[in-house]
Ligand binder design. Structure first.
Ligand SMILES: *Cc1c(COP(=O)(O)O)cnc(C)c1O
Length: 359
């Protein structure tokens, strides 16, 4: 089967084999070795000298952790949403009592740097900026390097949802002054759902010392104290740690630059391919993502029917649109374990099924 949704993504045999291993004591020597190995390798992929913690959670848990560890109720936050996941990040902040200013961008476009600069210039009380590096719902990659330079100029906290970008698209967390950067195991990391990985900067720790939002399970201080003794505060998803240890080896052997280049090549094939089938990209092309391609169908194609025929007759699984994009677009995930031939196969199936799914 070609599982080409933007997460969960296919797992290589090395990950699946690792996960078949017997349970161990998560407060014993073996786990100590694994968590230290995983954390050290994650720091290389995050391109950080700061802290990296592995939380047992889906990506959203990591986003919640980013908020509650750095902010207090009443703190002003600038949300730079341009899709479903950006809205979710802002909603979490609202839920915990932050005062959120929403700088919303039309879906399919990237966050405008001048608008961020202006918003931070207008309100000097803003404490943190929320950014979705790769907006999975629209297939847009935001200019995080550009945004981070502005956030740095104003000396604000930068909280980044990198769930569907980190490990696939370049994100040097330290160079880009990311204070908390969040990713999730079922996206580019080639292992099943269950882990959220978070990078935490020194500036985030300073914010943590002042931050008064409620936190227990998510408290980074607990994660840091337990990591020192080779443990997590709560029982971790042990099997996922086995798998991550294995896929991190695959990733570091391939090399980050090669991984980013492979995602860029595969994405280009996806974009060229759908265009050659007479369809258009949903996002503006200059910000089209290298991990997920969102495709317009207008009123020409019945998306649920397209998805069903692809799955039933071609063993190809793609995703539809979310929220207001439901029925308007479909999305091809190409992150993690993906090569040119995988996307060629998807395009080949699409070319056969599109005429069958016309309205
Ligand atoms: C998948 C994803 C998430 C997290 O979703 P979970 O279902 O909680 O793992 C968050 N942000 C983005 C951009 C995503 O792609």
């Amino acid at each position: 089967m070609q599982l080409r949704i933007p997460g969960p993504t296919p797992c290589p045999p090395q990950a699946l084999q690792a996960m078949s291993r017997q349970m161990i004591n998560h407060r014993g020597e073996e786990f100590d070795k694994i968590i230290k190995s995983v954390t050290g390798k994650l720091k290389q992929v995050f391109q950080t000298e700061g802290d990296v913690f592995v939380l047992t959670a889906s990506g959203t848990g990591g986003l919640e952790a980013a908020i509650v560890n750095t902010l207090s109720p009443g703190d002003k936050v600038l949300s730079t949403s341009n899709g479903v996941f950006g809205d979710r990040f802002a909603d979490i902040a609202v839920q915990y009592g932050a005062e959120v200013t929403r700088l919303d961008t039309e879906w399919g476009r990237q966050v405008d740097l001048d608008a961020v600069d202006k918003a931070l210039g207008v309100d000097s009380d803003i404490k943190a900026v929320l950014v979705t590096h790769n907006e999975t719902s629209t297939g847009v990659t935001n200019n995080l390097a550009g945004i981070s330079a502005i956030v740095e100029k104003f000396d604000k906290l930068l909280l980044v949802d990198a769930v569907s970008s980190l490990s696939c698209i370049n994100l040097p967390a330290d160079d880009w002054h990311c204070d908390v950067v969040v990713t999730g195991s079922q996206k580019g990391w080639m292992i099943p759902p269950g882990l959220a990985m978070v990078g935490v900067s020194e500036k985030a720790w300073q914010a943590h010392a002042q931050a008064k939002m409620s936190r227990f399970y998510w408290d980074f201080a607990k994660a840091r104290d337990y990591l020192k003794i080779g443990q997590t505060p709560w029982t971790p998803a042990v099997s996922n740690f086995y798998a991550l240890d294995a896929t991190l080896d695959l990733m570091l052997n391939e090399g980050l630059a090669n991984i980013f280049a492979r995602h860029a090549r595969v994405a280009q094939i996806a974009r060229d391919g759908v265009k050659s089938l007479g369809l258009s990209l949903f996002p503006e092309e200059d910000c089209a993502s290298n991990t997920v391609t969102a495709v317009n169908v207008f009123d020409k194609i019945d998306v649920p029917k397209l998805i069903q025929i692809l799955r039933d007759e071609h063993d190809v699984v793609i995703a539809g649109g979310q929220r207001k994009l439901s029925g308007q677009i479909f999305r091809i995930g190409h992150l993690g374990l993906v090569y040119e031939e995988d996307i060629e196969l998807v395009l080949e199936a699409l070319s056969k099924v599109l005429p069958q799914a016309r309205r």
